[in-house]
Design a protein around this ligand. Sequence first.
Ligand code: SF4
Length: 253
Amino acid sequence: MPAREASLGTGHAVLLNQWYETMHAYIMKKYSAGGYLPASFLDWDGHVSAVLFTSGCNFRCPWCHNSELVLGKTEMIDLDFIVDDICKRKKFLDGVVLTGGEPCLWEGLFDFLRIMRELKISVKLDTNGSMPDVLLKVLKEGLADYVAMDVKAPLERAALKRVTGVDADPENISRSIDIIKKLLSAYEFRSTFICGLLTIEDMAKIRKELDDDAHWIIQAFRPVNCLDPGYCKLPAVDPEKLRAEFPGIRVRG
Ligand code: SF4
């Protein structure tokens, strides 16, 4: 920590650094994660990132591909191991992706993000947008560089319930959208098109509600490892069809 060393004698700086390391170790030992990928090229466009998966989610999207994480069935990994690994490989990484499950539910969220800030590591946060107050606090503290928020359905109770499997509050989703637009320049809103749950008209409604084509990404559903096994029998969505329906919008698939 050069700034501290410059203003303190070397002995004091060493003691202070040891104290910081002890504090970090103490904080990190309190938490664990549901999964960890040391390096990914897929989870943050244009970035080589380490990916931390939090366990648990307040939604039950029947088509969810992370069912083990959502249901808390993965083997937990100590956070101090993950942070140690990120530190060791920091110079090979462009950043860290915090995903889930739903990271805004995770008790270690703020401690982890603050430590990433101290280490000067960029963070992408994935969220389902159901916890606007947590998101607001994260962004007001400047703890995330990029946010990817799922906008799963038009902002209506019935549509959200159909797609998320729970009684999600449209007002919370709407607030999260506004918070992200207001406080960040680097973000994306993602909507997954699933046959049988959403129609092309629903997608057009989401587009209108977001009114932000430059940051909206459509994802084509793949019938793989779904929370509700019945969804594994649905046909995969053809991304080309979505591109034809929504020219000018990015489609992942
Ligand atoms: S897809 Fe739905 S259930 Fe799965 S992690 Fe995301 S919000 Fe949770």
